[in-house]
Design a protein around this ligand. Structure first.
Ligand SMILES: NC(=O)C1=CN([C@@H]2O[C@H](COP(=O)(O)OP(=O)(O)OC[C@H]3O[C@@H](n4cnc5c(N)ncnc54)[C@H](O)[C@@H]3O)[C@@H](O)[C@H]2O)C=CC1
Ligand SMILES: O=C(O)C(=O)Cc1ccc(O)cc1
Length: 358
């Protein structure tokens, strides 16, 4: 059983790991070169600031959740300070990070490269969630030099975050994520980039489909450039094959008599490819959230009154979005709550006079 951990890098991933570990009773110490990120992670309950208490013996495990290029130096420094007995990282690319770690003189016997396959298109600790990795795969790519005990400890860390460990080599990992994460990100960005050319009235018709296809394009371009430049060939191979499909479909549609087979082939293979993606048949154990829209009058402290009413009911609001058209006397607050809690909250708010729509 893990007793304590150090998390270096308190952005989206580091803070989410820390929150998940804390929920499992693991003591967590946090560090980040950005004081604002560190303070927010601490205030969110992700752990104590590293070095703020009495000196402690090495933790069971340290997780480096920094951008890929920062991992080798951060690992060498952490090992030099003896922060933990075992080390892992969360970088989205594995081969180049592990190779550079070895070149930097890191101790490869205590280091098990890792990559949680849960994330969001927002970065920083404010987007962190304790359940980000629930039921998700988490790649572990131990090099031949890793101690078996280190692999066991990092496997425990993955399970403590509610994720499923998948063992594979760093090279196999990089090819796999080129297909299921890195190339899809670029394709999503390319589709989203088209929106820059659309008129306002075209964008006003956007439905859920285009939102689904472009969601990940909202990710941090700086981080994604780092990811892509560290996995260039495997990503390029997938992008070239995708581009061939797109070019074939465009050519066929441009023909005087559009070629059904050429277009249909992409659609039909797409439908079969979609079926092969695991998790869409209920494998994911992520809690089911439901959205409760509540109409809020445009007047001082309307939101304050709404949240006070929600607080009295005792339902935890997981997320909130406020849609408000300037000039309209009302707006809509969308409250994300556990699906099982929705009827109770809806009834109680309606009884308090709120206009609920769920
Ligand atoms: N964003 C996502 O959805 C996912 C990201 N990852 C990987 O996780 C890592 C972290 O990404 P995010 O949390 O999304 O980024 P983020 O931008 O939210 O957080 C990164 C944090 O690392 C800190 N940092 C920079 N240099 C550092 C150093 N030398 N030592 C310690 N901390 C340092 C930054 O100040 C920042 O707070 C990256 O390697 C990324 O590839 C993995 C899975 C999903
Ligand atoms: O937003 C999502 O759904 C993701 O899948 C995010 C993600 C981004 C980067 C990774 O290395 C892994 C996962």
């Amino acid at each position: 059983m893990l007793r304590n951990a150090v998390v270096l890098g308190t952005g989206l991933i580091g803070t989410s790991i820390a929150l998940a570990l804390r929920e499992n009773g693991v003591e967590v110490a946090l560090a980040d070169p950005d004081p604002a990120s560190l303070r927010m992670a601490h205030e969110l309950g992700a752990g104590e600031v590293l070095g703020s208490g009495a000196p402690t013996p090495p933790a069971d495990v340290a997780v480096i959740a920094a951008p890929p290029s920062a991992v080798p130096t951060a690992l060498r420094e952490a090992q030099g300070r003896g922060l933990a007995q075992v080390y892992t990282d969360a970088a989205s690319v594995k081969d180049s990070v592990a190779v550079r770690a070895e070149q930097h003189g890191c101790d490869m016997s205590t280091y098990v490269p890792g990559h949680p396959m849960g994330g969001r298109e927002k970065n920083g600790p404010s987007a962190a969630r304790a359940d980000l990795f629930l039921g998700r795969p988490w790649a572990l790519c131990p090099t031949g030099k890793a101690d078996p005990g280190a692999v066991t400890t990092v496997t425990e860390l993955v399970r403590a975050c509610g994720a499923e460990p998948h063992m594979l080599t760093a090279a196999a990992h990089d090819r796999a994520v080129a297909l299921v994460s890195h190339a899809p990100h670029v394709v999503s960005s390319a589709v989203a980039a088209r929106m820059l050319t659309g008129e306002e009235e075209a964008l006003a018709l956007a439905g859920q489909g285009v939102r689904d296809v472009t969601r990940v394009a909202g990710g941090d371009p700086e981080l994604w450039w780092e990811i892509l430049r560290n996995n260039p060939r495997p990503v390029a191979a997938v992008l070239e094959e995708t581009a061939t499909d797109l070019a074939r479909a465009a050519r066929a549609l441009n023909a005087a008599d559009p070629d059904r087979e050429a277009v249909w082939g992409v659609l039909e293979r797409g439908a079969r490819g979609h079926e092969r993606i695991p998790g869409k048949h209920g494998v994911r154990q992520e809690p089911e959230y439901a959205v409760l829209p509540v109409v809020i009058p445009d007047e001082p402290n309307a939101l304050g009154r709404l949240f006070a009413a929600v607080g009295e009911v005792g339902v935890n609001v997981e997320d909130v979005r406020i849609d408000h058209s300037p000039g309209l006397p009302v707006g809509v607050a969308q409250l994300w709550v556990l699906g099982t809690e929705l009827p109770r909250l809806s009834e109680a708010l309606a009884a308090h006079g709120w206009s609920v729509h769920g």
